[in-house]
Design a protein around this ligand. Sequence first.
Ligand SMILES: Cc1ncc(COP(=O)(O)O)c(C=O)c1O
Length: 376
Amino acid sequence: MPVDFNSPLPVGKEREYVLQALESSHISGDGPFTKKCHALLQQWLSVPRVLLTTSCTHALDMSALLLGVQPGDEVIVPDFTFVSTVNAFVLRGAKPVFVDIRPDTLNLDESKIADAVTPRTKVIIPVHYAGVGCEMDSIMEIAGDRKLRVVEDNAHGLLARYRGKYLGTFGSLAAQSFHETKNFSSGEGGALIINDPSFEERAEILREKGTNRSRFFRGQIDKYTWVDIGSSYLPSDILAAYLYGQLEQREAIQGHRRNAWHVYQAGLKDWAAQHDVQMPFVPDYCEQAYHMFYLLMPNLDLRQRLISHLREHGIHAVFHYLPLHLSDMGRRFGGRPGDCPVTERVSDQLIRLPFHNLLTGDEQEQVIEAIQDFPF
Ligand SMILES: Cc1ncc(COP(=O)(O)O)c(C=O)c1O
């Protein structure tokens, strides 16, 4: 039996809730299931406002709009991240300034941020890679001293904490992903976390095509109209129904992933030490989200050979981000080889093992055995 990298299949009452949504008279956005998701996420994170979006990408797009990012602004981003972290701000005309990552957690290297700040810098966008917190004390201090905004790309890190505080609750705004590869999913989906309440009203408007329709539905005004720029960032309630079924399984999902993560760690640590393979590092003051399990092979050739070797054993393992500064777009912003050496190295070395909510102990055993049989 093949071992899939990911499985987005239901784990709880997702089917039942989707049917309920279909049978209700409300399948557009902001229906009953969307409201339930909002309430649950607000309660979990103790934040003033959460708005479901159609993706994490769109939550990031909304952040850039809310912060009034414009041509001439610069934003500080880790070089090792998904394109959406950067695109959201580039779409508004900003210039991305790529900063290298820490070699241990693979997160934005906070010691390199101050040098990247210029009078044009507007936002710092930490990405909590693999759901392990960035050094938020330092990042918030750097931002506070220079009056910069922080938007957390928390696509991987729902329910993880840094020094006891939930990721996604540090910046003025944060973006979550509910894409099918995430711990909790609706196929495609996301959420904007609004920690600074001054953004609440405008966020509703931007998300509803630039209209004050949300206020109208709450009965606060008697007709709604075009009041600002905006787009359609709200998901159908059918997707919210699926997501609610997943969120309800918080304990089961996170428990399963925690266990699976430790099975890999225990099963591979001696092998890794023998072969100069780096395992994930989680500082003791970080509670991780158990979003992924990765290994850093000694070099690109061994990483590629391990992917092929696992594929021959029916196991689907994958690499991850390519250095953004060396992409076609990154080069247009001045990226050159050697600018972010840690990202350049890690991008070649990293392999992600199968990791999902339905991964079985037998499958993990297969993966671990196949890795231990890998001819170095
Ligand atoms: C760090 C990061 N940010 C943003 C995204 C985009 O998420 P979505 O597919 O929900 O737009 C991803 C996608 O995996 C990601 O890894």
